[in-house]
Design a binder for this molecule. Structure first.
Ligand code: ADP
Length: 406
């Protein structure tokens, strides 16, 4: 069989991220990011091996950025694309896995747009533009929420009036599903378990952060909820707060919904706790070492709340085969791993300091001490997971009988 190629696309309202992945190679053949779309300063930076270049997207259009991909792909792919995989943030209750995009799937993505107003409309634009440029090949949607559709009702329901769930879809959905799925699958391999087996607590810690309890390849609970604001402390997002905060701020400060929304999503988290110093963990770790009180507090709150979330999710599992750290912070911050695991001594978890120190290249590895349950650092690769899910869907479709038209 030829080495199949998938173009992975993640379209935002002002950005377009892409990666060309082959079935057999660990690294992308080509990857890049078009930014500042919607302005006259649009630019697309890309790299392929050692080559790094940029292309101006002066009309700022998503369609122009998408069209600029075509010659690049012809230059680096040397063979036709097999499929285009689109990352879509919210699939509501419609999707439990990768889905071949057709009119019905597009309608369902649109239907979920009120739950992700910043993301789903932009991703629909990306799909529509890509279908015009990359014609005659399958386009496949991969949803951040799909992995968590295996959660039982006692994990996904809020204690709210039933009609809000049944008529308006108010429930917990969870996000970062592609990453939680990828690292838990890799953990089974790393620990020599049967493929896809194991009971894992995963922590995806990037700009957005979430935890997940995974049993034998299924998400049983996760920290994010109806939107990606619930749960952990993140770069600029608050995570959990008292639900009465909105009415308190409205009553006492006269704040409107938009202002509160903006504060919770863009001015809070590590940025808010560090007195506005930074949303970036690397900066905070360095400032903490120099005695910055706000940075210290931000790191402490981040790690304590993370540990508390992992401890809470443990009740979803029959045992713990391992705790997995991933994402920019999870993969690269020995301090965050150490402070977090210190709060989890009750579970017998302990870290080996030498193994915890980040080696060059940051490969997947175990970092627990002595008899502790496994603690794993596993670099995530969402694009590889998307590529594998696209190809698996195509393989499945190829084995199913073609429906005869009446
Ligand atoms: P995104 O969610 O945007 O994909 P990443 O997964 O790249 O984000 O994670 C970004 C976060 O990882 C930032 O807070 C960054 O500071 C943090 N990070 C990266 N390297 C380190 C490091 N060596 N130490 C601490 N934090 C790090």
């Amino acid at each position: 069989m030829t080495d199949r190629l998938v173009l992975v696309i993640n379209c935002g309202s002002s950005s377009l991220k892409f990666a060309l992945r082959s079935e057999s190679e660990q690294k992308p053949l080509l990857s890049g990011l078009a930014e500042r779309l919607g302005t006259a300063d649009g630019v697309m930076n890309w790299k392929a091996g050692d080559i790094r270049e940029h292309v101006a997207i002066t009309d700022g259009k998503h369609s122009t950025a998408m069209a600029s991909l075509l010659p690049l792909i012809e230059r680096f792919a040397h063979r036709p694309l097999t499929a285009v995989g689109h990352r879509v943030v919210h699939g509501g209750e419609h999707f439990t896995g990768a889905s071949l995009i057709d009119d019905e799937v597009l309608a369902a993505i649109e239907d979920s747009a009120p739950l992700a107003p910043l993301h789903n409309p932009a991703q629909l634009t990306g799909i529509s533009e890509a279908r015009q440029v990359f014609t005659d090949i399958p386009h496949i949607a991969i949803f951040d929420t799909a992995f968590h559709q295996s959660m039982p009702p006692h994990a996904y329901r809020y204690a709210l009036p039933e009609a809000l769930y049944s008529q308006h879809g108010v429930r917990r959905y969870g996000f970062h599903g592609t990453s939680h799925r990828f690292v838990s699958t890799q953990a089974s391999l790393l620990m020599g378990l049967e493929p896809g087996h194991g009971a894992w607590l995963t922590a995806h810690l990037g700009n957005g952060c979430s935890t997940c309890a995974v049993l034998d390849g299924k998400s049983l609970d996760t920290s994010m909820g109806m939107t990606p604001l619930e749960g952990l402390v993140m770069g600029t997002r608050s995570g959990d707060v008292d639900p009465n905060l909105h009415s308190h701020l409205a009553r006492t400060l006269g704040w409107g919904l938009e202002r509160i929304d903006n504060m919770l999503n863009r001015e809070s988290g590590l940025l808010g706790l560090s007195e506005g110093l930074s949303n970036d963990m690397r900066t905070l770790v360095a400032a903490r070492a120099e005695g910055h009180a706000g940075a210290s507090l931000a790191v402490e709150v981040f790690c304590y709340r993370l540990a508390r979330s992992l401890a809470g999710l443990a009740v979803a599992l029959p045992r713990i085969d391992g705790v997995i750290f991933t994402g920019g912070i999870g993969e690269n911050s020995p301090l965050v791993r150490e402070l977090t695991v210190r709060h989890l001594a009750l579970f017998g978890l302990a870290i080996d300091p030498a193994a915890n120190a980040t080696p060059p290249g940051n490969p997947a590895r175990q970092i627990q001490a002595g008899n502790s349950p496994a603690i794993l650092v596993i670099p995530t690769d969402e694009e590889r997971q998307i590529t594998e899910e696209c190809l698996a869907l195509l393989d499945l479709a190829a084995t199913q009988p073609v429906e005869q038209e009446a």
